[in-house]
Structure formats: C-alpha cells, structure tokens
Design a protein around this ligand. Structure first.
Ligand code: PMT
Length: 407
C-alpha cells in the first residue's frame, strides 16, 4: 500500500479544547500514512491531554514552552518551523485562532506559525455559538487571507450538549485532506527528469574524484515534482538517501554515465532540472589496478573535462529541447556568475545557490536560492530543502506553462 505521507514531517499543534483528546488519534493515523510527527501543545491543551501521551505516540519530546533554555538551544521555535513540511493545528480553539489572526508570537505555537514558511493548516473546534460569532468568523477570514488552510468543522452533537457546527473534522477526513494538500497537480501529465547527487570519476578501481553533494536538494525536487502530478525520473549519482515513492530511479556513477542515461530518456522529457553536482574533470586514463605507493612524494594525474550534461541538453534542436533548468553553485559573485551560465548554456531558468555559506547548499538540510530567468529574478528565503523544493516546483511549473502558452 502506498503511504501518502511518507517522508513528510508534520508538526501537530494542539490547543485547549475538549477535542484535544482526538489529537492522539490524529497522530497515529498520520503515522500510519508514513508521516514523521512532532507535537507542540499550548498550556490550555495540557489541561485536556498530557504531553506524555503525545510524546509516547510521536516518539519525540513535546514542544511546550517558548522560552525553554534547553529546547531553544536544540530545537527551538525557529528550528521546529524549519523542520516541518506542514503544520497542522488540531484542534484549534477560538482563542488560538484569534491570536493567530493577530499575528501574535507570545506563546510557542503562535511563534512557530509566524516563523514558518511551510503550509499551515487549522482545524477549528469549539462550541457552535462561539463558531458563529462575528469575531470568530472575522478571524477566520483574516487567517484565510494569509493563505492558512482551514479544515472546516462539522455539524452535530457537541460535548457541551448543544447541536450545531463546531465539531472537529473527522480524523480520517483530516488525514485525507492533508495528503491531498501535498498533491498540487500543477505538473499533471508532464515528464520530468531530475539529476541529483555527485558523480564519481575513477582514479583507479578503488579511488575517485567527487564532491560534497548529498543529493538532498535534488531528491526533494524529484519528490515535489511527483507530488505535483509529474511522472518523474531521478538520475542520481551515489547518495545515501531513500528514493521518494513513485519516482523512477536511475543510478549512475560518472558524468559520462549520467549523460548517457539522460540522453536515453530526454526525447520524452518536458522539463529537465539539473541539480547534480557533476564533476567538471575526470582522470584521462584511470589505472586498471590499484595505484601503489612508491618512494615518490608526488603523484600526477592528467585530467580532462567531463561532458557538460546541461549544455548537451540545452543544445537539442527541432523541438527536442525540454524546458531546461540549471543550478549554479557559486562561492562568489553569485548572481553575476549564475546569469553568465543562464546565457551561455541557453537555459530557461537557473537557480543560483551560494555554496560558500556552510548553513545552506552542500549537504545541509536548509537552502536559500535566487531563481533567474530572462528578465526575471525571484528570491526564495532560507527554508528546509523540501519546502524550497515545493516552492521551486510551483514556480517552474508556472514558468513552463507560460513558455508553452507564449511559445
Ligand atoms: O546535493 P545537496 O547536498 O543537497 O546540495 C545541493 C547542491 C548544492 C549540489 C545544488 O543545490 C546545486 O547547487 N547544484 C548544482 C551543482 C553544480 O555543479 O553547479 P555548477 O555551477 O558547477 O554547474 C552548473 C550547472 O551545470 C548545474 O545545473 C550542473 O548540474 C550542470 N553541470 C555541470 C557540470 C557538468 N559537467 N555537467 C552539468 O550538467
């Protein structure tokens, strides 16, 4: 069975209301779909259900306080906000919704929501009369305007004895709704090829030239494209990452092999995204057996250029060239150098990545980039590579459709 939320990191925020007990079930059902769960509780929520319950179910400590010296140095509100692919507040009380609408950040959960760049989803639960009040409805309107998603409450018997609208959405429907939110359909019917990871260029049978690419950014982009409805092939150099569900993997070693595998499928590719850190040089003639240490203090290797895969693809003619997106890994003159690659490689878009900053780029879980196109420049702030990947795919999908529409 396909787990619809595999590899997804969900922060479950619980606020004070009788439906707080249902958060335990939500946690379990989300885990059944493959999600990794962390939880945060307001102080009112802790009067209805103990943190121990959520800690045991989520198998992670529960985030409780904004100004907790211990968690702030480990996984404080900014870290948690960056960690999450999606934040679900369930149940969300009238008071919490009002605080969210005001943009407050004086408790942990509101601070996490304010710091988050990922999708925030609110599942209200309250007495029907509180739900109907203009104040609550105005607050709901306000948070919807800010693109916070609402899982509307249901109608029926309420714990307070009344009947009306205000019951927390059924747990199964919450899980279904979250699963659907990851599927955007913006690339439905498209074939996407993503290259990722490093390449390895042999020196001898046991040694090679390579780089620090972990594949995280490329794998996240492949997964985001799949969630957007594309048929995705991931051509990957050696990494330690699990292959995203429903993505076809082609494993390669060297740049030559990556070129060959890419050319094999490029004819039926609509979008090519070159995230791989392809080695620029290879050893001209790798030794056939292990190079032995001798008395010599130096060893010379003759290097030659590897094929530029991205350039080969962008040179394709007669309608065979897909919408082509490159990455530019730079340590200086980021924008200028990226613009040069955009022009010289005749790309549709280039993603400028400052790999001189050790908190982003190679092997980090975070990234921050600027996308350049012809008369186009858009920055994407620092976020997890997965969140960034979803935002990049949404942007690439729009630009690709535009380019088809206007030729
Ligand atoms: O894998 P991670 O640890 O998550 O790190 C992500 C990343 C830093 C590797 C990624 O975000 C990134 O910046 N990838 C591009 C790496 C790179 O090789 O950049 P470049 O500026 O040297 O190359 C420009 C473009 O040409 C790239 O799209 C590259 O894939 C492509 N290229 C380069 C050389 C070559 N021989 N063939 C190519 O296709």
């Amino acid at each position: 069975m396909i787990k619809r939320l595999s590899n997804k990191r969900i922060l479950l925020g619980v606020t004070g209301g009788i439906a707080a007990y249902k958060s335990a079930e939500i946690c379990r059902r989300l885990q059944d779909e493959g999600a990794e769960i962390r939880t945060a509780m307001t102080s009112a929520a802790q009067k209805f259900i103990t943190p121990l319950t959520l800690q045991a179910l989520s198998r992670n400590p529960v985030h409780l306080d904004l100004l907790d010296a211990q968690t702030e140095s480990a996984m404080g509100h900014i870290e948690v906000a960056r960690w999450a692919d999606l934040i679900l507040i369930a149940p969300a009380s009238a008071d919490f919704i009002s605080r969210l609408a005001q943009g407050r950040s004086d408790d942990l959960l509101t601070a996490i929501c304010l710091a988050a760049d990922c999708k925030v989803v609110v599942a209200p639960s309250m007495n029907r009369s509180m739900w109907e009040k203009k104040a609550t409805q105005n607050n709901m309107g306000e948070i919807q305007n800010r693109k916070i998603d609402i899982l509307n409450p249901g109608e029926g018997d309420q714990a307070c004895g009344e009947i009306g609208v205000g019951r927390l959405m059924e747990v199964g429907n919450i899980v279904n709704s979250l699963s659907e939110m990851f599927e955007t359909h913006s690339l439905s019917g498209k074939n996407v090829v993503v290259t990722a990871g490093p390449t390895r260029e042999a020196i001898d049978p046991i040694r090679y030239i390579s780089n620090h690419s972990s594949g995280k950014q490329g794998y996240a982009i492949a997964e985001a494209a799949m969630e957007a409805g594309a048929a995705v092939t991931l051509i990957s150099g050696p990494t330690n990452l699990p292959v995203p569900a429903r993505v076809e993997i082609v494993n390669v070693g060297s740049a030559d092999e990556m070129l060959e595998k890419t050319l094999n499928i490029i004819e039926r590719t609509d979008i090519f995204i070159s995230v791989a850190a392809v080695a620029d040089f290879k050893v001209e003639s790798p030794a056939l057996s292990k190079i032995k240490k001798t008395g010599e203090l130096k060893l010379s290797l003759e290097l030659s250029k590897t094929p530029d895969i991205l350039l080969e693809i962008s040179k394709l003619k007669n309608g065979r060239k897909p919408f082509t997106v490159g990455f530019a890994a730079e340590t200086e003159n980021l924008i200028k150098n990226a613009e040069k690659k955009l022009r010289e490689k005749d790309l549709d878009l280039i993603v400028a990545n400052n790999v001189g900053d050790p908190t982003i780029g190679f092997d980090s879980d975070l990234n921050e980039v600027t996308v350049l196109g012809h008369e186009l420049n858009k920055s994407f702030p620092k976020s997890s590579k997965k969140t960034l990947a979803r935002n990049l795919i949404a942007f690439i999908a729009e630009r690709c459709l535009e380019s088809i529409a206007y030729g």
